[in-house]
Ligand binder design. Sequence first.
Ligand code: CP
Ligand code: NVA
Length: 311
Amino acid sequence: MSNIQTTKPKHFLTLMDFSKDELGRLIQRAIELKAMWKQGEQYEPMKNKTLAMIFEKSSTRTRVSFEVGMTQLGGHAMFLSPDDTQLGRGEPIEDAARVISRMVDIVMIRTYGHEIVEKFAEYSKVPVINALTDSYHPCQLLADVMTYVEHRGSIKGKTVTYIGDGNNMCHSWMNAARQFDFHLNIACPEGYDPDQVLQNELADQISIFRDAKQAAAGSDLIVTDVWASMGQEEEQKIREAAFVSYQVNADVMAQANKDALFMHCLPAHREEEVTAEVLEGEQSVVWDEAENRLHAQKALLEALLIGLPIN
Ligand code: CP
Ligand code: NVA
């Protein structure tokens, strides 16, 4: 029996790599896998399978959830950092992709430019997962939508408000609006808007605001993210000034619907993008959201390596 792959593998670089139907099934499967795990049921279809995890940026949730997820599925996860691989010494990404993907079964990458994961995927023999680039964070959105569904049911037709930088999280929320059929209000200061091409593509499904409270009015879910992302540390002070009126606080939450939830991908900066009161408040589901990274990514690993269960 040969394990040599001749067809192109399926990757997960943005939410657009899966169809609406596939994403819906993946969320349901994540909920199912979570229930199995809570019941202590062992499900180990990934014996002898290895996930390579390439991290060019820091991580707590993504690393722990992928590594634990692979363990629970019966496989193995290998952490690779630029500090102690040849990637940090300038080995071309296309060479690394061809070498690593001849030995492992699936690869997860967290890096800077989105073109780096695209290039890795182009040269990889095995599925590649985007675990955050400067442009997108699709794994986070799987957990976020799963968390909404668990707490409130379908997100279809709802209004989500993203308050903050037009960054990787904002772009993935925009893709989520498209794939899960909801409206996305975006409140951000001028100069920090999301990508213009994405805005044009999504014109019917997004509204841009320059006022956080106006954006939050009538929302079912309020989300935010840090003002300075990884790689933007030197802009922290300038950004604190630019985003000062874009904090998610009790006044902003009061504009949203009574049963609105609050989410944050974490790590959070209390009293910057969100007050401690909101983060720790009754509408916040951030700890469920963080835990769901594990369950959603187990469903993703299964979808890419085994396939999605048929409904
Ligand atoms: N939300 C998220 O991706 O967290 P980490 O940076 O800790 O992985
Ligand atoms: N926008 C943040 C998300 C961290 C999970 C960053 O890129 O640093």
